[in-house]
Design a protein around this ligand. Sequence first.
Ligand SMILES: Cc1cc2nc3c(=O)[nH]c(=O)nc-3n(C[C@H](O)[C@H](O)[C@H](O)COP(=O)(O)O)c2cc1C
Length: 355
Amino acid sequence: MTLRLATAGESHGPALVAILTGLPAGLVLERKAIDADLRRRQAGYGRSPRQQIETDEVDVLAGLRHGRTLGTPLALVVWNRDHKNWTWGMSPWPPEGEPEGKGTKPVTLPRPGHADLAGVLKYGLSDVRDALERASARHTAVHVAAGSVAKALLGTIGVSVKGSTVEEENLRARIDEARKERDTVGGVIEVRVHGVPPGLGSYAAKEDRLDARLAAAVMGIQAVKGVEIGEGFALADKFGSEAHDEIRTDRRRDTNHAGGIEAGVSNGEEIVVRAAMKPLPTLMKPLASVDLESGKAGEALVERSDVAAVEALAVVAEAAVAWELACAARDKFGGDAVGDFAAAWRAYLERIGWH
Ligand SMILES: Cc1cc2nc3c(=O)[nH]c(=O)nc-3n(C[C@H](O)[C@H](O)[C@H](O)COP(=O)(O)O)c2cc1C
């Protein structure tokens, strides 16, 4: 049984939507838990005032009855409350009446580091807004909602996933300084996963490797420029005798340099994924750019923006990792009813003698 996720939605469009297929029937979902994750994504030091306009909540359009999945496609919606200020500018149909609100004038000054220039060239656009609206990280909201569903599924087999920022010296002070200088900053986050049994993922093909799948999922998040599993880059400087996790008679390890994955397969230890986020590209003190209409030099677009979104990235990466692990668990344990899924997991643990 393959778990699949498709999303749609622009940053200032009417809504963000997700369709999840391949979930078992009978999985209990709690609206409060999903909404709590959505709030976590919106919080964090350095975020823009948009987070006060949006109070994200999930709505379910299909696939759930009385809080239990039906085993049919699950359709989630997060409404963009800010859309009310963009009804003309982001109207899906040709707008009627005089232009009003935001987004009425074409954007022609692409921001270095964003999708703006590549987007207009690739898709033959004349208004940068047609590129930036989807490239924006706003739609990570609905990925977080999907991640919440994945965490509920993983919870039935004793797996928990947690993202956090990696303590960097004076992150808050750096954010304050950047705000003062009308600049931006990035940072490092990590996701830790407890309770994964040995055997998720596979070395049989590179696309089945759990490390590859997790890296792709986390690198797929906006502004992530580096991903490592376990000690990652630091392993390159170590001797083999220092880098590998010796196996005890009970098949557990005293160290976890590998971050819980060997040969693309979980080994039963904690899974640790880290990601580096670049400084956000929208600067209040704009960088040099070109006006795509006149061809003259100019300054890049300035639009309401976060100074930093590292804490939000921790929540988004947690969702991405949870989703990938839920996919790998569905691949391995299958089942049309959630009880079948959990029973297959228990039978497997019994076979390998893992407790
Ligand atoms: C949670 C989150 C929030 C973000 N907020 C902003 C923002 O307010 N302003 C901005 O310029 N970029 C923001 N970004 C980053 C851009 O979306 C990203 O840099 C851009 O889409 C280009 O993609 P790339 O950085 O992956 O190359 C955010 C990213 C994440 C993950």
